[in-house]
Design a protein around this ligand. Structure first.
Ligand SMILES: Nc1nc2c(ncn2[C@@H]2O[C@H](COP(=O)(O)OP(=O)(O)OP(=O)(O)O)[C@@H](O)[C@H]2O)c(=O)[nH]1
Ligand SMILES: [Mg+2]
Length: 271
């Protein structure tokens, strides 16, 4: 799977007037890249943090995240690229950040599967950039490409940035294709723990499985879907593990976290 290497990112940052960093609003802190943000700062261009997938979280949560970042001096906008929500505000914020200058070129960056290409399509008004639901599946972005989204307004779509080197499971599930994960069951267990610690009824709502126990959830899901070994009827946990990761990425499992109360305090225990 091709990712944006840092040399390409630096080259692009030299060429653009502003950088848009797209993150997943369900967990912005674990889907942003501080390394990237520092690089933008060094290039002296405006950074706009685009909190995408706002259709997956309550409006109060979107507002709280925007507020959280504003307090830290980060220019943040929440949108739903898929549902075409908030894009007018984003256009305005971009215009203001560049003092109405024209023509302008902005780069769209962010770790894999946060919706960079979907945002381009929404702003352009038709399907031009290819998209895909899971890391490395056909349609994911392999190279930088420029799109015109209005008179004198150009956006550059870019391949996913290397996910930040944290212990968080977001980096694990976005860094490579799901079928290439070393241990999908271990990754899914970590993901389930993260989900239920913030949204205890997630698996009941998604699959009708009333449990918060990762092993039990994987076992029951496999049995429910008929993913069993023919010889002994035991559940194939790899299959349910991959399904959970896919369903999380595509937003089928309800989940979101709320901003930490005090700036700087961790939002939750890192698993
Ligand atoms: N619910 C929801 N899903 C979204 C939204 N924006 C994008 N998606 C979905 O997220 C998935 C990834 O979208 P892409 O636009 O391919 O993401 P990307 O950041 O360009 O991914 P890479 O090119 O692989 O780095 C797709 O299945 C989109 O339909 C959104 O606002 N809400
Ligand atoms: Mg893309």
């Amino acid at each position: 799977m091709l990712l944006a290497n840092w040399r390409l990112v630096r080259e692009l940052l030299t060429a653009v007037d502003a950088a848009l960093e797209v993150v997943d609003i369900r967990d912005p802190l674990m889907t942003r890249s501080i390394k990237f943000e520092r690089l933008v700062e060094r290039h002296g261009i405006p950074l706009i943090l685009v909190l995408n997938k706002a259709d997956l979280v309550p409006l109060t949560v979107s507002k709280a995240w925007k507020e959280y970042f504003s307090r830290q001096g980060v220019n943040a906008v929440f949108i739903s690229a898929q549902k075409r929500m908030g894009t007018l505000v984003l256009r305005k914020v971009l215009k203001r950040a560049l003092n109405n200058k024209k023509p302008i070129t902005a780069g769209i960056f962010g770790i894999p599967k946060v919706g960079k290409s979907t945002l381009i399509n929404t702003l352009k008004g038709r399907h031009s950039a290819t998209t895909s639901p899971y890391p490395g599946t056909p349609g994911y972005t392999r190279r930088a490409q420029t799109f015109k989204i209005g008179e004198g307004v150009y956006l550059i779509d870019t391949p996913g940035l290397l996910p930040p080197d944290t212990n968080d499971v977001e980096s694990e599930i976005r860094g490579k294709p799901i079928d290439s994960l070393d241990n999908p069951v271990a990754t899914a267990v970590k993901l389930i723990r993260k989900i239920v610690s913030h949204y205890p009824t997630a698996f009941e709502e998604a699959y009708g499985i009333r449990s918060c126990e990762p092993d039990e959830i994987l076992r029951l899901l496999a049995l429910k879907r008929g993913w069993v070994y023919r010889k002994d009827g035991e559940p194939v946990l790899q299959e349910s593990a991959k399904a959970v990761i896919r369903d999380y990425l595509s937003g089928k499992i309800p989940f979101y976290i709320t901003p930490p109360r005090r700036v700087g305090s961790p939002p939750y225990r890192a698993w």
